[in-house]
Design a binder for this molecule. Structure first.
Ligand SMILES: [Zn+2]
Length: 163
């Protein structure tokens, strides 16, 4: 199974990184759900929803955690706006490898769900340098992608477009 292709605007990706960097303040993890449209072949990200907007204390621990009420809010919002959860993203202090908790507790436990990990509390560059991409395979198994592999699976588009 090849990894689903994720597509988003360069500007949105940079906005997301800037938000994660600001929220983490260089001292703690931060994260967000990536929302948009999902088809078999392509996931288009149109917005992101930071975890702290779902749950005020989501970032209080050393790691990000959301309770059931936050997920209820998430589904309510997605239903109202006609959006799907396309992926999730969170930062790590150092590298972008999955922690045991990341592996065992997918934010969305659906086969094919994409989780991104941004290293260095998102204080690095604006591209995918060091970013880890993980695709859930079920039963706590993931496929992982990094480096040039990611550039092939996540397409950054220009602002505006033709349509
Ligand atoms: Zn993690």
């Amino acid at each position: 199974m090849s990894a689903p292709l994720l597509e988003l605007r360069q500007g949105l990706w940079e906005e997301l990184l800037a938000h994660l960097r600001r929220q983490g303040g260089g001292v703690r993890e931060s994260g967000a759900f990536l929302l948009g449209k999902k088809t078999e072949a392509l996931r288009t990200v149109t917005a992101f929803l930071p975890y702290e907007q779902l749950q005020v204390d989501a970032l209080r621990n050393d790691y990000v955690s959301l309770n059931a009420a936050s997920f209820a809010k998430l589904w309510e919002l997605c239903g109202r706006k006609g959006l799907s959860v396309v992926a999730d993203v969170h930062t790590h202090r150092f590298g972008a490898g999955q922690s045991r908790s990341d592996r065992e507790n997918p934010m969305i436990a659906l086969r094919g769900h994409v989780a991104l990990i941004v290293p260095n509390f998102a204080q690095g560059g604006r591209g995918f340098q060091g970013v880890g991409m993980y695709v859930y395979q079920g039963s706590h198994q993931w496929s992982s992608h990094s480096g040039s592999d990611i550039a092939q699976r996540i397409r950054l588009t220009r602002e505006g477009g033709d349509s």
